[in-house]
Design a protein around this ligand. Structure first.
Ligand SMILES: Cc1ncc(COP(=O)(O)O)c(C=O)c1O
Length: 419
């Protein structure tokens, strides 16, 4: 592809005079890795091309939604067809029950889903439902887990916030309703429940925390969480915005052997267009208006073009083929890293998610507080070299890398050489 050298720099300079920090979402500003954000112009399979005309192997993949790669033909065709029929109706349409059936097949025994526009909205809706269902106010979340930018979740919230070095956002007034516990710490969890158990409406967790590094939790911890929430009549919400449909045609819950009360989805469920979802039992979801008195609505909720992208993506995933390819690639990544003798990092990998951790000392962290400053500095120091080598990773040491089914063994080899 032809491009114009220096185009990203010129565009960023212009955007900065018009938009806060020049961006629509903070981590995109490259603040924590330095340099100029790359303005992407086009993507195809595993590759993305910037306005300067440079080609990258993309391991950010829009931060997760593009599990099939850029511009997958089946998804593009579905989107074009839906767009030709009309961009939005603001009415009911046939894509809604179609995507709903696919989602509920994957998340059985849940039997209701409400579509929203983003992961943030899905979490906000889950919280409102939990409070309505339990008539309680408090929430419990875990340090380092990110659940979108809704007010009550912007405490100890992972990548974006940690990257900016602010623990809590200004302008947030309801954070005192949110309790925060360290990940994986059963004693701390039990103490929180001893003190506040009767008032906690919901516990929210990313069952595979992937917004503050990849902090893999023991299934036993998730199972204890299930038991203690059940004992106290608290709802357990699994935020699967990243992990939903990532490891198979199901949630991470299935791998952990834990069934939450509510699941929030985003990213893959929209196949690259804005779709979020709350999934759960009818007993809880039917509290939503118009059946119940818990209000939630959206002009763009369940947009037909966005749902068409989700349907095409899930139908392709449902064949199982992309997951076989992703597992092959993930295993190849581990092998390629092991083959390198002199290594400055350790690779944390779960399926098609990976996190290079630039610290060889001590155990790999499973709690946000244990990530070493050296590991962060090591990532940051190398980031611009990776760009020069045509490797695009999420521009933050706290973010995970994403493999897509469009990546190849050669892409993996190039990634490992660069790392
Ligand atoms: C686990 C998790 N929850 C919620 C969100 C928020 O989703 P969105 O950015 O679509 O609002 C994200 C986004 O990265 C996420 O990773």
């Amino acid at each position: 592809m032809t491009g114009s050298p220096g185009a990203s720099e010129r565009l960023f300079a212009r955007a900065r005079t018009l938009m806060p920090g020049g961006v629509s979402s903070p981590v995109r500003a490259f603040g924590s890795v330095g340099g100029t954000p790359r303005y992407f112009a086009r993507g195809e399979g595993s590759a993305a091309f910037d306005e300067d005309g440079r080609r990258y192997i993309d391991f950010c993949m829009a931060w997760g939604p593009l599990i099939l790669g850029h511009a997958h033909p089946a998804v593009i065709e579905a989107v074009m067809k839906a767009a030709k029929d009309g961009l939005a109706f603001g009415t009911c349409h046939r894509h809604e029950p179609q995507l709903a059936e696919l989602v509920l097949e994957a998340f059985a025994p849940a039997d209701r889903v409400r579509f929203v526009v983003s992961g943030t909205e899905a979490v906000m809706t889950a919280i409102r439902l939990a409070r309505s269902h339990t008539s309680r106010r408090l929430l419990l979340k875990f340090s380092g887990c990110y659940h979108g930018h809704g007010d009550s979740m912007l405490v100890k919230a992972g990548s974006g916030v940690v990257t900016l070095g602010i623990a809590e956002s200004e302008g947030v007034t309801v954070a005192q309703d949110t309790l925060v516990a360290p990940l994986g710490d059963v004693e701390a969890l039990e103490q929180v429940f001893r003190e506040h158990g009767r008032d906690i409406a919901a516990v929210l967790i990313e069952p595979l925390p992937a917004n503050n590094g990849l902090l893999v939790q023991e299934n036993a911890f998730l199972q204890r969480l299930r038991a203690i929430t059940r004992e106290h009549g608290t709802l357990l919400v699994f935020d699967e915005v990243i992990s939903g449909f990532r490891f198979g045609f199901h949630g991470y819950a299935k791998l952990a052997g834990v069934e939450p009360d509510l699941t929030t989805l985003g990213k893959i469920v929209g196949g690259g267009l804005p779709v979020g979802a709350v999934v759960g039992r009818a007993e809880i979801l039917d509290r939503l208006a118009p059946l119940g008195k818990t209000y939630q609505a959206g002009t763009m909720a369940g947009n037909p073009v966005a749902l068409a992208a989700g349907i095409a993506t899930l139908q392709t995933l449902r064949t199982g083929e992309p997951y076989r390819q992703l597992e092959t690639l993930g295993a190849a990544l581990v092998k390629a890293v092991e083959r390198k003798e002199a290594r400055s990092f350790r690779l944390v990998r779960v399926g098609s998610l990976f996190w290079p951790y630039y610290d060889l000392n001590g155990p790999v962290p499973t709690q946000a507080e244990k990530i070493s400053p050296g590991a962060i500095a090591g990532f940051k120091r190398r980031y611009s070299q990776w760009l020069d080598a045509g490797i695009y990773l999420p521009p933050s040491a706290y973010e995970v890398g994403f493999l897509s089914a469009a990546h190849t063994q050669e892409d993996i080899e190039r990634l490992v050489s660069a790392l």
